[in-house]
Design a protein around this ligand. Sequence first.
Ligand code: ADQ
Length: 425
Amino acid sequence: MGGNEFVVVANRLPVDKVGDHYEVSPGGLVAALAPVLRSRGGCWVGWPGDTSSDLAPFTFDGISLVPVCLDQDDFEGFYEGFSNSTLWPLYHDLIVTPDYNQDWWERYVAVNEKFARATAETAAENATVWVQDYQLQLVPGMLRELRPDLTIGFFLHIPFPAPALFQQLPWRDEILAGLSGCDLIGFQRTTDEENFRLLTTNIRTGTFPISIDAEEIEQATESSISQLRTSLGDPKHVLLGVDRMDYTKGILQRLLAVEELLEEGLLDDVAVVQLATPSRERLGHYRKTRREVEEAIGRINGRFGEIGRPIVHYVHRGVAKDKLGVYYSAADIMLVTPFKDGMNLVAKEYVAAHPDGDGALVLSEFAGAAVELNQAYLCNPFDLGSIKSAIVAATEPDPARMRAMYDWVMEHDVTRWAHDFLEAL
Ligand code: ADQ
């Protein structure tokens, strides 16, 4: 038993190793939870992000961090394997086929045990523990055994699939047993919660749509916006995509929609900016997604671009937050077209960068964000025609729609999300 009254447990610690020191990783979850951690004398349990270090607990920026160290076999079996090649595709409705592998499952159990033990050692008597996401679904049950005194919450950041899909999982009973250690499970959308409740009704659940640190989105200056637009060749329409390079995000589909619109002469004088952070690059489906996206970009530029004036401007790197704000502000149309997404914070970040009602959001019906941002130009990413119509409609946007969404996002930020969950817990 330890002395922490409030413990956050997440796959990753909220820091990144840069050279030989750590930096706080950007992200809404840290922003929302840091004040709670500081005021309630709390700590964060998580993996530091590399498999080489055996790290002792340390304090960073006023938050105490408890590292759970993973070796290369853990990384491959627990993280790349069971988390991202089994659960991720299964919970995103089989956009690619999940692999079911007994060795990965055993690693998942073993690593969840490491997290549960580290948490049990650090939590004070009767402490509140908040476990995050699909990588750690067994932690609540293990923790309940080790420490019956704790109050345990769990939040699932990704969708929860329909029972007919979930039941494919050879270890479905074990996952449900793990989650049943919770006092409260939070979901992004009511449909996720309902899917879960079709499997079991004796756990308390709730819907808590996550949001962003809305104040952190900087309003870009006129000069930085015009500088960016000039560098794109001062087109009439700037279209923007910002994603992790992941097959769930529908990046290729939005490019194909743009290509058809150009072909049909329904869109002209346009520049598309696609920013994509590298993600899970050792996995075949991710490499394939990247290859297809890059091939489409090359083809579109070859067909419709001019020397010194490509149609698609593509960056396969992370972009600094302040720079991202300039892209959001400068974009006339934001393209968010996932096949399936728990929430999609990019959609909310774009809205927060448009306080004056300018800009337009093209948003997939299959993103959790579509529930709240229903004033967006909604589309079905499985239907290219639907993406095309939404883009065309977004070229003549109604400012009232963006204003309504802006007011909603400013009212419902990530601090409110964390507060609502913890109150309910
Ligand atoms: P993600 O799948 O990672 O999150 P998302 O919610 O869009 O998806 O968050 C991505 C974050 O990364 C955003 O804050 C965005 O600004 C940032 N980002 C993306 N591309 C970037 C780039 N090129 N440069 C810099 N930053 C970039 C999972 C679920 C989502 C859910 C969140 C939170 O899949 O559905 O919304 O968790 O619960």
